[in-house]
Design a protein around this ligand. Sequence first.
Ligand SMILES: [Mn+2]
Length: 356
Amino acid sequence: MLDDVCALIRENERFVVTTHLRPDGDALGSQVGLGLFLEALGKDVLMLNSDSPPYNLDWLPGSEEVEVFDASLHQHGAIAEADVAFVLDTNDEERLGHVGSMVRKSGATKVLVDHHLDPERWFDLFFVRDSAAATGELVYEIIEQIDPSRINERIATAVYTAIMTDTGSFRYSSVTPRIHRIIADLLERGEIEPAPIHEQLFDRKSMPGLRLLGRMLNRIRLCYDGQLAYSVVTQRMVEDTGASWDDKDGFVNYVLSVEGVKAALLFSEANEGAKISFRSEVDVRVDEWARSFGGGGHKNASGAYVKRPSFEEAIEDVIDAADRYIEFDDPHPTGDGLTPEDESYLQTLMEAKSDQ
Ligand SMILES: [Mn+2]
């Protein structure tokens, strides 16, 4: 697999590198890291996406080279003439937007570099490992095998960003000593520092986004004896605060951070039903639960889009199914009065009302 990918890179000249819609840090970092590396080897490279980079990644050096698909002659030509097309961080044609069908139909050798389960079968070559912490880890392995001395400041920053964002700043269960050795190598060879990268990514929040966060925090509910928490982002909340839907990225982690909570959900109001983020602590799985509602993802981080006549029905159905997929501990024996969980539950209910 890795050997085959490296042989393809050595033997070919024209490359297209693409990634998924609404690219996140791993998607864009992996794409730019691999794209710049190929350029450093003297290859002809087109980095092409259906979506432009989100505002929290627009600073990433090299991202200005990523073209947004516009159906131009030059882009059609580059795809038609490409020897190799790399698809990164998604294994699903639809998640590539308009670029997907063009790449799939092209005569290029199609290579999937990814860490998600159940890839579609239309690729010619698979460099896939679902235990990889990030697609960026796999990109590093390609670079490492071919010529790690090419790692410069821009390549290091891109691959660092990929791995850091997909590991929740190096804290998920996917983080191994090997990941830290990779990061050490990137810091050394690229002569980069972590602090400015973290500042660019995490310390540029907008006021409307923070107000939306406040509303969301007010609406956290606990159930299953305080072991499951959920909250909502509604159309109305987004409009009232002047935030954008992108601002809710990462909100679900606050819901999971409540003490005693094993699994957390964030429901975002959609036209028919809800978009749902599932998160869980290390020894609890949410992927099967998400899959049972037509979604998917990783063990501790999944998503689904549940269609129902109303937002509330979607919430109810998903919450009701929780104990089929999660083993909750027996409820603590309760004495007189409310448990702390009940009290905070009532508190949030009251606050939510007065906050309407
Ligand atoms: Mn990823």
